[in-house]
Design a protein around this ligand. Structure first.
Ligand code: FER
Length: 278
């Protein structure tokens, strides 16, 4: 009997801790394949007025299966890379397929996903020299557009739960850097943050997290992912290292043989989405 009780407690602790920290890992085959037999969400193309840019800007908005204005939803802002625009995720990653499948399997909360254009300048197309200084600067300027123009617009137009706990930001590459910069920099706005293969626009860790104790207190979810064969790996690793050093809880998902491509970003979205709003 004594032996039984001495075993019981450690086993219970293991079981409980497994429940608390969900596991991340490779998405199963078929996670990104359209299923005709399940309900599907919808993609709207929406135009908002940006006082930041001084222009009408286009964003896509995914509403989940069974969407109703009678309900209220959390929102994920999902950002593209340096060569992309508001259509990049849709055309290359089909997040609507990944999310519909996850929803049908009961693995995600119903959520609205906003796919903005993160190049906050008048000509926001990914044409010409996409690395030009003014275009890179426009990715930083998107913080103003997002906070002052886009979020208020979305929250006025859609039935959302308008608090930090129900607002998340995530993105790929330049959008990963934006997510870490804007998310960790505005934890009063976003409680959940995901950077996939984050680019050199990612701020230095000490700038991202000037006050580790405050960050720990506010952050609900931090997800950092990158392929181990990505030339930009060091930006994710240094961010992860800093978080570990300062005991800031986070997911660090290194994808074996992963490159700088949509295989990594789709897998990252599959994992990140399941951790949100739980
Ligand atoms: C850079 C290399 C890559 C850079 C940005 C990127 C601003 C972004 C890549 C992407 O978004 O896929 O030097 O500088």
């Amino acid at each position: 009997m004594k032996k039984l009780t001495s075993l019981f407690l450690p086993i219970l602790i293991i079981i409980l801790s497994l429940g608390v920290t969900a596991q991340v890992g490779q998405a199963p085959a078929g996670f990104d394949v359209l299923r005709n037999s399940i309900p599907h969400g919808k993609i709207d193309t929406v135009v908002y007025t940006s006082s930041t840019v001084g222009a009408e800007r286009t964003t896509l908005v995914y509403t989940p299966p069974g969407y109703s204005a009678e309900n209220k939803y959390p929102v994920l802002y999902l950002l593209h890379g340096i060569g992309g625009d508001e259509f990049e995720w849709l055309n290359n990653g089909h997040p609507e397929v990944i999310l519909d499948n996850l929803y049908a399997d009961g693995k995600v909360e119903p959520m609205i996903v906003v796919l903005p254009n993160g190049r906050a300048m008048k000509d926001d197309r990914a044409t010409g020299n996409i690395y030009a200084a003014d275009k890179v600067e426009a990715f930083a300027n998107f913080e103003n557009d997002l906070l002052k123009d886009l979020i208020p617009f979305i929250e006025n137009k859609y039935p959302v739960i308008a608090d930090r706990e129900h607002r998340a930001i995530g993105g790929l590459s330049m959008g990963g850097g934006q997510s870490l910069n804007f998310g960790l920099g505005n934890l009063d706005v976003f409680a959940s943050v995901g950077g996939f293969s984050s680019a050199p626009n990612t701020k230095q860790p000490a700038e991202l997290v000037p006050n580790p104790e405050k960050t720990k207190e506010q952050l609900n979810l931090l997800f950092i992912s990158c392929g181990d064969k990505d030339g930009l790996f060091s930006f994710s690793k240094r961010t992860h290292d800093f978080m570990s050093e300062h005991e800031i809880e986070h997911y660090y998902y290194v994808i074996p043989e992963g490159q700088h491509d949509f295989a990594v970003w789709k897998d990252s979205l599959y994992n990140f989405a399941q951790l949100l709003f739980k």
